[in-house]
Write a protein that binds this ligand. Sequence first.
Ligand SMILES: C[C@H](OP(=O)(O)OC[C@@H](O)[C@@H](O)[C@@H](O)CN1c2cc(O)ccc2Cc2c1[nH]c(=O)[nH]c2=O)C(=O)N[C@@H](CCC(=O)N[C@@H](CCC(=O)O)C(=O)O)C(=O)O
Ligand SMILES: CCCCCC(=O)CC
Length: 330
Amino acid sequence: METKVGYFASLEQYKPRDALEQTIRAENVGFDSVWADDHFHPWYHTNAQSAQAWAWMGAALEATKKVFISTCITCPVMRYNPAIVAQTFATLRQMYPGRVGIAVGAGEAMNEVPVTGEWPSVPERQDMTVEAIGVMRQLWGSQEPVTFKGKYFTLDKAFMYTKPEDEVPLYFSGMGPKGARLAGKYGDHLMTVAADPSVLKNVTIPNFVKGAADAGKDPAKMERAMLIWYSVDPDYDKAIEGLRFWAGCLVPAMFKYKVYDSKEVELHANLVGHDTMKENFMVATDAEGLIKEIERFKAAGITHFCLGNSSPDVNRGIDIFKEVIPAVKD
Ligand SMILES: C[C@H](OP(=O)(O)OC[C@@H](O)[C@@H](O)[C@@H](O)CN1c2cc(O)ccc2Cc2c1[nH]c(=O)[nH]c2=O)C(=O)N[C@@H](CCC(=O)N[C@@H](CCC(=O)O)C(=O)O)C(=O)O
Ligand SMILES: CCCCCC(=O)CC
């Protein structure tokens, strides 16, 4: 499968219009795709943003010519109703054929708790996500009104009038082994986040492949996409520190416990050391360093990279891909 290189537009880190300028620049440099984080609260407090991803996507699709644009990722089960998620992405894909995708996952406390007060366990949210996908697919695919009474969601003669010509490609986020199996079974493609390449190769991807095979799909035709942040700067230490905004993502407790105040996330993020950041993010002083980092994850089985640019000089962090993209394409 051809390697794809995507740009993660970081709506939590940059003002929406700045993320839009970056997106236009990334398309011109040759990125295959653009991905938008779908958040309510951000992963850092100081100087943070948190624009609504779907509103931003409409503007980004109109401002670009051909690049594929998706969320990364939308949790379709708590603050959003899955029928409205389905309607939104069907509308976008009808307007921009072939260019719109969605990635879904079981959610994060910082996005759901502030506006619902609820925080079910991981297994329950995974179960809700699977049911939500069923709701979305029924609405996308049905030529008749749909009535459905599930454990979590209900449709009563619901009909989607505005549909695209083909279904919206759905990336399913699996970070743990069970999540990866569900991704294979219910998603069109895998979305995951950077982890030790040996974990990706020996745990995440095999579980994804098993889930797909169990569902009678051909896993070889399914992408394995991964979100990872990078920072590039001639001064290596400055490059590492550029990634501080995202260091909270490296604290496992953020996914397990009900932490939803960005100021609290920031306190954790500020305790993460440079060694941990170096191991989990891509840090480089030049294009060659970035190419090496991407090749490490390609060897682990990743086929689509969603690259979050946290470089001190953001435009340099985009333009350097003129050299990187041709080198990492098969
Ligand atoms: C927590 C793991 O669950 P999993 O389903 O695998 O992954 C969850 C994530 O997909 C979501 O949190 C997702 O919403 C995060 N996310 C995101 C994910 C991604 O791959 C790329 C980009 C993004 C950006 C983004 C996200 N979310 C948003 O809302 N918005 C965004 O923009 C996991 O570890 N699962 C394990 C099982 C864990 C479990 O059940 N633990 C039990 C206790 C077990 C024990 O202690 O013994 C528990 O916690 O109750 C698995 O195997 O699946
Ligand atoms: C381990 C990182 C998971 C990604 C979390 C996120 O919400 C990024 C936008």
